[in-house]
Design a protein around this ligand. Sequence first.
Ligand SMILES: NC(=O)C1=CN([C@@H]2O[C@H](COP(=O)(O)OP(=O)(O)OC[C@H]3O[C@@H](n4cnc5c(N)ncnc54)[C@H](OP(=O)(O)O)[C@@H]3O)[C@@H](O)[C@H]2O)C=CC1
Ligand SMILES: CC(=O)C(=O)O
Ligand SMILES: [Mg+2]
Length: 618
Amino acid sequence: MFASVPRSFITGAIRSPGKKALLLEASKTLSSEESKKEIHEVSGDVICPSQVMGIDHLRDPRLNKGLAFTLEERQALGIHGLQPARFKTQEEQLELCRISIDRYQEDLNKYLYLTELHDRNEKLFFRLLTENIEALMPIVYTPTVGLACQKFGLIYRRPRGLFITINDIGHVFEVLRNWPEPNVRAIVVTDGERILGLGDLGACGMGIPVGKLALYTALAGIKPHECLPIVLDVGTNNQNLLEDPLYVGLRQKRVTGKLYDDFVDEFMEAVVRRYGQNTLIQFEDFANHNAFRLLKKYRDYYCTFNDDIQGTASVAVSGLMACKRITGKKFSENTFCFLGAGGAALGIADLIVRAMVLEGSSIEDARSKIWMMDIDGLLAKERIEGNLDGHKKYYAKDHPPTKDFAGLVNEIRPSVLIGASATGGAFTQDILTAMGTFNDRPVIFALSNPTAKAECTAEQAYTFTEGRCIFASGSPFAPVKIGNTLFKPGQGNNAYIFPGVALGILTSGIHHISEDVFLIAAETVAENVSEDDLSKGRIYPPLRTIREVSVQIAIKIIEYAYKERIATVYPKPEDLRRYVEERQYNHNYEPSLPQLWQWPKGPYIKTRPMEPAKLTHK
Ligand SMILES: NC(=O)C1=CN([C@@H]2O[C@H](COP(=O)(O)OP(=O)(O)OC[C@H]3O[C@@H](n4cnc5c(N)ncnc54)[C@H](OP(=O)(O)O)[C@@H]3O)[C@@H](O)[C@H]2O)C=CC1
Ligand SMILES: CC(=O)C(=O)O
Ligand SMILES: [Mg+2]
C-alpha cells in the first residue's frame, strides 16, 4: 500500500505547489527508490530561487516577509501588486503583532493568533516570540498550551507535525517520509497519555511537541526546519474524548503491551533510517509506566532523553544549587519531602542523590534524606511487597504507611518541599505555615502544570511563610508584594534546560546522553542567577536571558563531549561560541533576491574579442 507514493503527496502535502510541483504530473507515482530523491522547493538549508515563483513567496511561511518585501523584490519576484503599496520594516511589523495580541482578551485567542502568524511568516513569529519571551511563553507553552490541547479538536485548522497512528504499524517509515523536510535533527514525540497535569488527551497532545519545539528555536536558536513534532496515536482512554464528536484522533482505547512496544520500536528505527542515528528524540508527556521503561530501553542505543524525567530533574537541581547560595546548606544538609513520585519527582530525586554523592555522601545516606508520597501514600518499606514498582522502592522508608501528608511534613520537618503530583492546592496553609516554622528560609517548589494544578500559588507560599520562603513553580506566577517587598518568583520549568541541552547535543554530535549532561545544564543555569535575582526571591535567571544561557549550556556540553571522547564532530571547532552561534537560526529577514556576485578579477573576466569565424567553404 505504501510501496509507491503519489508525487503530489510528497510535494504538496504541506505547502502550496511551487513551479516545480506544477511541472510534476500528479498522477505519476514514484517507486520507493526514486522517492528517496524527493524534490523540496523550500526545505532544508538551501532554498533554490528558481524553484519558487510569484505568489508562493507570500504563501510559504519560510519565505514570506509580507509588507517588508522591497519594491525591487516585489517586482523581481512577481508579487508586485499582490500587496498594498506600503513598505514596512520588520520592527514595524512586530509592533503590529504586539498590538494585535493585546487586543485579544482570552489567552486561547492569543494562542490562535500566534499559531496563524507561525503559519504565515516564520521569521516574524520567531522574532516576536524570542524578543517577547516573558509575555509570550505563557501563551505558546504552559499554561495556555494545556488549554489549547484540551480544545484541540475545536481549534484545529492546519496541520503542524506528524500524526503516526497504530494503524500505520509496518509503514511508519513511509509516514515519516511524507514529512517534507529532509534535514530534521530533533524530534519531540508524545503519545499524549500524560499531557501536563491534565491526563490522557490522546492525539490532542500534539500541542505539547509543537510548543516545546517552538522553544527549541526561540530559546536556543535551533532552526525550525530541523525540528519535527510527532504524536504517536495509539488511542485514548479518556472517555470524554472518545465520546466527543470533535475529537480528531483514533477513536479507540489505548493499545498496550507488545503491540505498543513494537510500534514504538518501529518508530525509533524509522527515525534513524530516515534522518540518521544522530537525530535527537525527546520523549515528552508519556505516562509514568512507559516513560521510565522506554528511557531505559533506548538510552544506550539512540540519541534520546525523557524531558519530564531528566529535564525536570535538571531544572529542579539547578534551583536547589541557587538556593544553596541563600541557605548556605549543602544538598546533604537538607531533608527533602516530595508530593508525587512519578517521572518528574523520581527524576529530581535521582539527580539530587547524584549531587549528594558528588558532595561525598553514600547513595544510601543520600536516599535516606528523600521522603516521597504517591497517590497511595508514603513510599514505605511495607509497601515494597505490594505495589511499589522498581524505581520507587529506592526511596521506601522504614516507617508505617501513611497518607497524611501534613502529618508527615510535621514529623520529618523538611527543609525542601517539592510538589510534582498534579494536585492543585495540595500544599495547604497548614503545611506552608509549618514549613515556615521549621526553617528560616524554607524551599517550596510547586512544579505541577498547568497553573491550576500547582500545589500552591506564589502568593500562598509567600503569605503563609511571612515572605521567607524560596519559591518556584512550573507555570509562571505574577510578582507578589508582601509588606514593602516585591517577590518575583522564578519558573522552575524544564524550558530552562531542554533547549540548551538539545543545542549542545546537536552541535557536539553526542549519540547517547548521560546524566552528566543534565548536571552540566543545571550548574550552568544556576551560575547565571545573579545576586539581584536572589534578592528578589528568584532562583532562576530572567527568562529573557535563556537564549544566552542555552548557548553557554551548549558550549559546556561540547567541551564535556570532547573531554569524554563522545563528540562526533571532527575536528573540534576552535572557537566554540562562534561555532554554536553560526549554527543558530537567524530570525531577521534576509534579502529575497538571488545575490548578484562579482566576477573574480583576473584573466577569467577578460573576454577576448571574438574573431570572426572563418568561412571554410565558398
Ligand atoms: N515544572 C516542570 O518543568 C515539570 C512539571 N511537571 C508536572 O509535574 C506533574 C507530574 O508529572 P509526572 O511526574 O511526569 O507525572 P506522573 O503521572 O508520572 O506522576 C504523578 C505523581 O503524582 C502522584 N499523585 C497523584 N495524585 C496524588 C495525590 N493526590 N497525592 C499524592 N500523590 C499523587 C502519582 O502517584 P502514583 O505514582 O501512585 O500514580 C505519581 O507518583 C504534572 O503536573 C506535570 O505537568 C512535569 C514535568 C516537568
Ligand atoms: C513542563 C513539562 O514538561 C510538563 O509539565 O510536562
Ligand atoms: Mg512534559
